[in-house]
Ligand binder design. Structure first.
Ligand SMILES: Nc1ncnc2c1ncn2[C@@H]1O[C@H](COP(=O)(O)OP(=O)(O)O)[C@@H](O)[C@H]1O
Ligand SMILES: [Mg+2]
Length: 254
């Protein structure tokens, strides 16, 4: 693992609703190294999704800095942010922004065609491979409205990975999935990670978090602690990692 790829300094995000301010993120200092697979955990409402949105430039911060790949996101205009997202970032968010007029396969390949870093044939092949690995080859030509939430979630992951992003942001990517599909998603995430994609993922699942390299615990918009687990080498380590994580989460007040 190498350089810092993403960093926030005194990151704050305040929502104002009916003249009442809600300081959702309060001076978050956070660093993510290139190649790292980090999980964010914490109680519901602690600001995990907001942290992902502001770190990825999908939402504006109120104050502070976010530096991605050496560049300050707050200084970027709309076009620069759009280019950055297309070429270097992948997203699996709860609001999925899939295009309703396109079938599943076309949604997945679209950013691949737009980025033009691979030929159309290569993009198509990659899309088919990703869909196969995630167990959704059979819905390629389906409309968005014809598939289940879990299938849509996996299609979003295929789309997020189509351009082999430098960084992937995923908000509860296994949230709607059964254990078999969750395992497929985690395999694909680990594979992308081993091929160089840095991953920042929010999860409620101890099992899912236990296979990440590092777990960051968020409470009331602040980082309360972090646990370094290191890269998982094989399945045999799973049980011990989960136990270690559970004990630590107990200390955190999970
Ligand atoms: N778009 C928004 N407008 C106003 N308040 C919001 C918005 N998004 C989130 N919040 C508030 O920010 C807090 C943290 O939300 P969120 O980041 O979604 O938490 P988590 O993902 O940890 O459950 C909550 O109090 C939520 O109500
Ligand atoms: Mg959330």
């Amino acid at each position: 693992m190498g350089n810092t790829v993403l960093e926030s300094k005194e990151l704050c995000k305040t929502y104002i609703l009916d003249k009442v301010s809600n300081n959702v993120l309060q001076n978050v200092d956070f660093k993510l190294k290139e190649g790292e697979f980090t999980a964010i955990m914490g109680p519901s409402g602690s600001g995990k999704s907001t942290l992902l949105y502001t770190l990825s430039g999908m939402d504006k911060m109120t104050s502070g800095k976010v530096i991605f790949d050496g560049e300050d996101l707050s200084g970027m205009n709309h076009k620069q942010l759009t280019d950055l997202r297309l070429h270097k970032m992948g997203f699996v968010f709860q609001q999925m922004y899939m295009l309703k007029k396109l079938c599943i396969m076309d949604n997945i390949i679209l950013p691949g065609y737009q980025a033009k870093s691979r030929s159309k044939e290569e993009v198509n092949d990659r899309a088919r491979k990703l869909m196969h690995n995630l167990g959704i080859d059979d819905i390629a030509t389906n409309e968005i409205s014809e598939v289940s939430g879990g299938q849509l979630q996996r299609a979003c992951l295929c789309r997020a990975l189509i351009n082999s992003p430098k960084i992937l942001f995923a908000d509860e990517p296994t949230g709607a999935l059964n254990s078999k599909s969750s395992a497929e998603v985690m395999n694909e995430l680990r594979k992308a990670n081993s091929e160089g994609t840095t991953i920042l993922m929010v999860t409620h699942s101890e099992k899912v978090a236990a296979s990440s390299d590092r777990v960051v615990y968020l409470v009331d918009g602040n980082i309360k602690g972090e646990l370094n687990l290191g890269k998982q080498k094989d399945e045999a380590e799973s049980a011990a990692r989960e136990r270690k994580l559970k004990n630590w989460l107990d200390e955190m007040g999970w």
